[in-house]
Design a protein around this ligand. Structure first.
Ligand code: SF4
Ligand code: SF4
Length: 376
């Protein structure tokens, strides 16, 4: 196992972190404890020392389960990360209450890495107004948390505002070779690093999509480059190549995946990819992006649609379908995440949105196509 130091700390964290949100489950959807304990022990024995959970993972089961694992090992040998569920917090007192419950669930006196979960423009403002910085500062001062961070899902401007607003120890965001300019992206990475904020990368495989079912034109670029690496190796190597990235989080869901990731983590070195190899990644990125006929930056200037269409959300799901070609799964996710009354088929082609789009996307035209696509 390779280790990297947190910039503002003496902690040396394993380059591979264990994301505790995708454990195997039984027929009732509960964590399969026998299999999951075996996975955690395998990782721990191989030197993984960073375990990341959250209040809501596995419907609230992940923290208590990780707590039981901590009873089976020497707690001091590992670093535990968990997160404040910002969307459930209504008062300043709630913050203390969640932290107390999390310490109970994890059966520990302290949390090494504590994050505000999934910050975005709106939740950051709400948390600030409720006094979250006072909460974090006090919790650190009285030893309940050791490092303060936040995980993030919004645009770069919001990331920049949040990162400059406090002396964060670390941050966690999506980082993979496809999304270099999406959300915080590489700009966010450089900004965080310039402030000596540690970086935990999540979604290195884009929810598994970079490891499976590569479209033919994308695979062709890899083949032409002569790369002998598997899709999984290509994706993880790209993240580990970044020296500013402290930990790569992987949400492993069976023992084989644990073993595979551990093998790769033994070679998790920074600055090993040559310019030529990085150029291939950039060609692959272009091949993916060229499959989308519009460039929606999710700026939301087109909103609100008078007929309730979730324009950026709908465009986003369709982009995913075009990039990865996973028809069935994408279709299910579209139906699950885009509410019925905000889907493409609600578009009346009134035309109010298109002039507001800085990328000149012909939104009514695409809503028609997308409605046909998902109604098929
Ligand atoms: S054209 Fe369609 S998506 Fe755009 S504002 Fe009108 S109804 Fe909404
Ligand atoms: S204005 Fe254009 S780029 Fe911005 S979210 Fe709407 S469709 Fe996307």
């Amino acid at each position: 196992m390779k280790y990297r130091r947190m910039p503002r700390s003496k902690d040396k964290l394993s380059a591979l972190g264990f994301g505790c949100m995708r454990f195997p489950t039984d027929a009732d959807g509960k964590i399969d404890e026998a299999q999951s304990f075996a996975m955690l022990h395998e990782a721990f024995q191989a030197g993984v020392n960073y375990f990341d959970t959250a209040w809501g993972y596995h419907n609230g089961e992940s923290e208590p389960f990780l707590g039981r694992f901590l009873q089976q090992i020497d707690r001091k040998q590992v670093y535990v990360a968990t997160k404040l569920p910002c969307w459930l917090v209504k008062t300043r007192e709630d913050m203390d209450e969640y932290l107390t419950n999390q310490l109970d669930r994890l059966q520990t006196d302290y949390i090494d890495y504590y994050l505000l979960h999934a910050l975005n423009k709106k939740s950051w403002k709400q948390m600030l107004d409720l006094g979250v910085l006072d909460f974090l500062t006090q919790a650190k001062a009285n030893g309940k948390i050791r490092h303060i961070g936040f995980s993030f899902h919004d645009d770069y401007a919001t990331f920049s505002r949040i990162i400059r607003a406090f002396d964060w120890d670390f941050t966690q965001f999506m980082l993979n070779y496809l999304d270099t300019t999406y959300q915080a992206g590489l700009r966010g990475l450089k900004l965080a690093a310039s402030r000596k904020v540690g970086i935990i990368s999540m979604e290195p495989l884009r929810g598994g999509k970079l490891a499976h079912s590569l479209p033919k034109d994308v695979e062709d670029v890899w083949q032409k480059s002569g790369s002998s690496l598997s899709p999984l190796e290509r994706a993880l190597t790209w993240v580990w190549n970044i020296p500013e990235c402290t930990v790569l989080l992987s949400g492993m869901s069976d023992l084989d995946q644990v073993l595979q990731n551990l093998r790769m983590a033994n070679n998790a070195r920074a600055n090993t990819l040559s310019q030529k190899e990085l150029l291939v990644y950039s060609k692959v990125r272009k091949a993916y992006l060229s499959r989308i006929p519009y460039l929606c930056s999710e700026c939301r200037y087109c909103m609100l649609c008078p007929f309730g269409v979730n324009i950026p959300g709908v465009l986003g799901f369709y982009s995913e379908a075009l990039m990865f070609g996973e028809g069935h799964r994408n279709h299910k996710e579209y139906l699950a995440f885009i509410k019925e009354d905000s889907r493409a088929d609600r578009c009346t082609k009134c035309g109010a949105c298109a002039p507001k789009c800085p990328h000149h996307i012909d939104i009514p035209h695409w809503m028609g196509n997308i409605a046909d696509f998902y109604n098929d």
